[in-house]
Design a protein around this ligand. Structure first.
Ligand SMILES: C[S@@+](CC[C@H](N)C(=O)[O-])C[C@H]1O[C@@H](n2cnc3c(N)ncnc32)[C@H](O)[C@@H]1O
Length: 191
């Protein structure tokens, strides 16, 4: 199956309404970000689709999902990597961690988990390296600490100062390519 078909299949398998508060589920089909409480959002579907296409996720990969919120992107990534892969979602707001875990329980995937983000660092350095990192909140500048959690050759998709940014780790300086402007909630960065 082509990567485009696998992405389409993942969106078919994982229902957005299962990752929305009950009073917002009727809006699941609308192509816009939806409030999930705590001043956070479930991202706009076309934005999620664009980010996942840029991330080029393959079956069997280890993926970090920073700012997993409702758990929707985590579940989509879990479908894309399949049972031979691993997906680690991290979220800063404790109430969303618990809610995202409950939402994810509707799609049992033992290779996918959501946990509380550390307050003193971004990502999960102790679980690194990752093949792919998805960041669903806007960083002020490219966080080195996340680039360092990529394997050499690995990809990260992250909004940086409003610009969608694709980063590939190399043996030297990472390569950085921009892909248009997007509005995101801010990434809370330690320090
Ligand atoms: C756009 S929202 C949720 C997107 C999510 N992927 C979804 O579809 O529901 C971004 C999330 O990033 C979280 N966040 C912000 N800074 C973070 C950090 N340093 N570590 C982990 N999560 C963070 C916010 O609390 C928020 O829930």
């Amino acid at each position: 199956m082509s990567s485009r078909d696998r992405l389409r299949e993942a969106f078919r398998a994982i229902h957005r309404e299962d990752f929305l508060p009950p009073d917002q589920r009727g809006f699941a089909g609308q192509d816009r970000a939806i409030q999930i409480g705590y001043q956070q959002t479930n991202s706009q579907p076309t934005t999620v689709a664009n980010m996942l296409a840029l991330l080029e996720v393959e079956p069997g990969q280890r993926v970090l999902d920073v700012g997993c919120g409702s758990g929707w992107t985590t579940a989509l990534l879990g479908t894309l990597v399949g049972p031979t892969g691993e997906v680690y979602g991290v979220e800063l707001v404790p109430e969303l961690v618990a809610w995202g875990q409950d939402n994810l329980a509707a799609y049992p995937m033992r290779w996918v988990s959501i946990s509380q983000a550390a307050e003193d660092t971004l990502g999960i350095p102790e679980r690194a390296p990752f093949d792919r990192i998805l960041v669903s909140a806007d960083a002020r500048s490219l966080p080195d600490v996340l680039v360092e959690q990529l394997k050499v050759g690995g990809l990260m998709v992250i909004p940086v100062a409003g610009r969608m940014t694709v980063v590939r780790r190399t043996d030297g300086e990472p390569t950085v390519v921009h892909h248009g402007n997007y509005a995101f909630v801010p990434l809370i960065e330690p320090g």
